[in-house]
Ligand binder design. Structure first.
Ligand SMILES: Cc1cc2nc3c(=O)[nH]c(=O)nc-3n(C[C@H](O)[C@H](O)[C@H](O)COP(=O)(O)OP(=O)(O)OC[C@H]3O[C@@H](n4cnc5c(N)ncnc54)[C@H](O)[C@@H]3O)c2cc1C
Length: 451
């Protein structure tokens, strides 16, 4: 593809990252990907793999030189096999995540990876970023859901690692190198994924709380009540929820009063029956009695459950309507989340009075989207000019707590410099050694993750 036809591949949906490419190629098979890689290897041309182009760190955007090739996996969208007895699904990298969920459901199974971009993001990108989402608490992230990979290496050779084995100690776990590598080590062309029994009972509730510390304290109580049925646990600050309520159609506050914090919890189980609701209600009334919960609503129907999730999923768009934002995708130990929120909020509010702190995220995994909205009266450009200052403050707090500055969205090009500033030099050097071993001429997604 050349000229205008390239445009959708070179600009991501927010318009934040864009580049130029010598060509956009969209191979239709693993052999064709291998042929492209062989040519690029021989000519020393940089290759940027791209799947759904929903990544948030600029990993799928070529640089501005116009000398790199963008390799789209879009045409590789076959579900190759569903093995119900083995609880596995084998699919190509260009399968849209929602399609995989449907394929699993058709086989009366669950593929539990779930994120707001699931209608557009694709398996290759999900694995390359080790995507997280809302069900990590119960099922793990993309890495935990993958048993085997097929990968085209930088020189065009193909690693046929498409195994559905759950036990195999005959090798180094090579797949774990490619998962989360953001296309810097090879092109993922297909994967074997783990399937699970489909949930027969799902209970969703929104709890009003006084603090993140209460949310953390509730986690063991919810686990005690529901065992391993606790599937999702999402924290929302009032500031972030208020932005969704103010701007996004269909968002309605289920409580009469406003509260400082909210916890969206979901329990699910493959067991038939109705015992889950009773267990949840019992746990919630005990916590209400003890004053740990200020108020609670339990969804009476799937529609009500969807309405509660709509609140959570509308936060990023609601925040966009409030002007410029500076975002952080960070993680700390779950026990440290309250201290992180306290320290990071205090420091950014001191550095920029009037800044609006809108944290929300997957508190059950210790993963907070620590988003900052511009002061109401401030010029958007002037606020964005404080990007590096805010990053430095937040990332320093996270690092001092032993956390990660790239919890689930990856590093891409966005966080390369911060990674160099903050990562253990030994770890960085090990990463560079792996990169040199698998991509000796440095053609795989140059400039992303490690330089
Ligand atoms: C509204 C919204 C909500 C989101 N919510 C979440 C969330 O909850 N959790 C989460 O983890 N992420 C989330 N994301 C981020 C994004 O959707 C994920 O990172 C997703 O996994 C990226 O998939 P993709 O197919 O779009 O990848 P792309 O954007 O195409 O690529 C992402 C990276 O992977 C590399 N890559 C792509 N395909 C391959 C391949 N076949 N082989 C090797 N490398 C490849 C690219 O080079 C790039 O570095 C969200 C994004 C949006 C827009």
């Amino acid at each position: 593809m050349e000229g205008d036809a390239q445009a959708p591949y070179l600009q991501e949906w927010r318009g934040v990252f864009h580049g130029r490419a010598a060509a956009v190629v969209a191979p239709g098979s693993t052999d064709e990907v291998a042929a492209v890689m062989r040519l690029c290897h021989e000519a020393g041309i940089g290759v940027v793999p791209q799947s759904g182009n929903t990544g948030l760190c600029g990993g799928a955007a070529p640089d501005p030189s116009g000398s790199q090739i963008l390799l789209s996996l879009r045409r590789m969208h076959r579900v190759r096999e569903v093995d119900s007895a083995n609880d596995t699904l084998t699919a190509e990298a260009g399968c849209v995540l929602a399609t995989l969920q449907r394929a699993a459901s058709t086989a009366d199974r669950l593929f539990p990876l779930s994120l707001a971009a699931e209608g557009s993001c694709m398996l290759g990108g999900n694995l390359a970023t080790n995507a997280g989402g809302t069900n990590v608490l119960r099922y793990g992230n993309a890495r935990d859901l993958c048993l085997g990979l097929e990968v085209v290496l930088a020189d065009g050779r193909v690693w046929h690692g498409l195994t559905g084995l759950r036990k195999d100690n005959s090798r180094y776990d090579l797949k774990d190198l490619f998962i989360g590598a953001e296309g810097t080590l090879g092109v993922i062309t297909a994967a074997v994924l783990r399937l699970f029994p489909r949930p027969r009972q799902i209970q969703t509730a929104l709890l009003a709380l006084d603090s993140p510390a209460t949310a953390v304290a509730l986690l063991p109580a919810l686990r005690e009540a529901g065992g391993d049925t606790l599937t999702a646990c999402e924290l929302m600050s009032r500031t972030s929820l208020a932005m969704a309520l103010a701007h996004i159609p269909g968002c309605r506050d289920p409580f009469d009063a406003t509260h400082p914090w909210y916890l969206l919890v979901e329990l699910s189980t493959p067991q038939a029956g109705d015992g889950l609701r009773g267990a949840l209600e019992k746990a919630l009334s005990r916590e209400l009695e003890h004053g740990h919960i200020l108020d609670a609503v339990v969804a009476e129907s799937m529609d009500q459950a969807r309405a509660l999730w709509h609140l959570r999923e509308s936060i990023p768009e609601g925040q966009r309507c409030e002007g410029a934002s500076i975002k952080h995708d960070v993680s700390v130990a779950v026990s440290q989340v309250p201290a992180f929120l306290e320290a990071a909020s205090t420091q950014v509010e001191t550095a920029l009075p009037g800044i609006r702190v809108c944290p929300f995220g997957h508190i059950g995994d210790g993963n907070i989207h620590f988003n900052l909205s511009q002061p109401e009266a401030m010029d958007a450009g002037a606020f964005r000019a404080r990007w590096d200052d805010c990053n430095r403050i937040v990332h320093d707090v996270v690092t001092a707590m032993g956390g990660s500055i790239a919890a689930e969205h990856g590093v891409g090009q966005l966080k390369v410099a911060e990674l160099e500033r903050l990562k253990d030099p030994v770890e960085l050097e090990l990463m560079r050694s792996v990169k040199r071993a698998l991509d000796p001429t440095g053609i795989m997604n140059p400039g992303k993750v490690v330089r």
